[in-house]
Design a protein. Sequence first.
Length: 316
Amino acid sequence: MIKSRICDMLSIRYPIFQGGMAWVADADLAAAVSNAGGLGIIAGMNMTGEQLRAEIRKLRAKCDKTFGVNVMLMSPSVAEVAEVIVEEKVPVVTTGAGNPLVYMKKWIAAGVKVIPVVASVALAQMVAKRGASAVVAEGGESGGHIGEANTMALIPQVADAVDIPVIAAGGIADGRGYAAALMLGAEGIQMGTRFLVAKECNVHPNFKAKVLKAGDTSTIVSGRRLGHPIRALKTPFSRKFAELEKDPNVSDEELAAFGTGALRKAVVDGDDEGGSFLCGEVAGLVKKEQTCREILEEITAQAEEILEKAGQFISR
Ligand code: TUI
């Protein structure tokens, strides 16, 4: 077994989180991951407070294990979502796309374990000082909104900078990535893309098919001009967005309007033309649909085998 401080802290069997993917990470997916021994996370991003409350209750009807909720700090409903987390006594909160300090005091006072997703050493240190239980350090190989640093460089720097557990995210989809993350100083991993094709994941079949077909150069980053770079599969929408953002005749408002609703179109409708299929660089490693339990068991067995054999490289 691979164990770390995060397993004891959260009472989970595997130190593996399922990313709180906007529109994707619902009660079905999060319950499947938590029931299988990882940390399932519901995405609060696309929900109002009341929608999130219903999703939390749906999860609790299927699962009595530890779970989390991800709060996307740029969401228009962030304040009510933050409140529902306290009212519903959610055990773990992860945050993304911003600085969570304004909400942390309230969550920690309510007994919620706060695990911000950070993309820099500076934010990791700031949240550690204010009582974060751990951090997810996310590199630019990730799907969705990304920071500037990549996983290989970010994880050891964050691990050196804080004493709390570091969970590595971005570019991890198999046992090799998992083992490497531990070698870089992480005490667990978070995966999104691999769980996109889980049997219990409710994304449109077109989305799963695109991930399974993708290769090493199938993603593109766009949106830098609006201040939030986003990695997605290369599709008509993402190519057009990347083109429009280079065009000085297109205003920021027009660019933002072009993107509105595109996540939902991908996840719910499977819209090949208008959908924004957020996806990590590791899509090329994801080759089959499996249950969440199979994913957790397989990646753990692979990482254990690699770690056990790692001594082969040392010549005495
Ligand atoms: O948040 C994510 N991934 C996401 S959120 C999302 S939905 C979205 N929609 C429109 C615009 C932007 C996002 C899709 N994917 N991952 C966690 C993450 N957080 N990655 C990077 C960051 C981050 C970046 C800058 C966290 C903090 C930060 O700066 C904080 C500060 O100091 O202000």
